[in-house]
Ligand binder design. Sequence first.
Ligand SMILES: Nc1ncnc2c1ncn2[C@@H]1O[C@H](COP(=O)(O)OP(=O)(O)O)[C@@H](O)[C@H]1O
Ligand SMILES: [Mg+2]
Length: 155
Amino acid sequence: MLLSFSSKDPQETKNIGAKIGKLLLPADFLNLNGQLGAGKTLLVKGIGLSLGIPEEEIVSPTFVLINEYIGLYPLYHFDLYRLEEDYELEQIGYADYFYGSGITAVEWGDLFAHYLPEDRLDITLNILEDEKREIRLKPNGERSGEIVKRLRGQG
Ligand SMILES: Nc1ncnc2c1ncn2[C@@H]1O[C@H](COP(=O)(O)OP(=O)(O)O)[C@@H](O)[C@H]1O
Ligand SMILES: [Mg+2]
């Protein structure tokens, strides 16, 4: 069920993001994990590109928690790295995003795993060396399984 990509440089990570982005539909949920500098934000930039969101608009929401972008569909981009308490997530009304009708991409989602929708695409980025990254996709339900199936079909 796992699908793994290897990326040789930042551009390739963006391209992989764009490939994923093309298949996304409203209410899809992406949970991105991997150490700082692995390329999570860059992958979201690629996803945004295929939704028609200019790359420079997509910036890390590490300090603001969430950025909302308007593209073909709304894209909600979270970064939970600096979040400490559950109530902070509840205060911003996370459920309207996580269970709403936009596409949601959450960096460091595993830190608050109990809030994430069940059917989500888990994306793990690993730094292999220098500019080499491994990007692993793991579906957790019917809809995320469909996304991975279609990606696999593209070869
Ligand atoms: N193959 C690669 N894919 C993604 N980023 C890469 C790659 N090689 C080098 N980098 C660099 O690593 C950094 C990734 O940053 P970013 O996407 O903000 O990571 P994260 O959001 O995971 O902390 C960027 O400075 C980027 O130029
Ligand atoms: Mg980031």
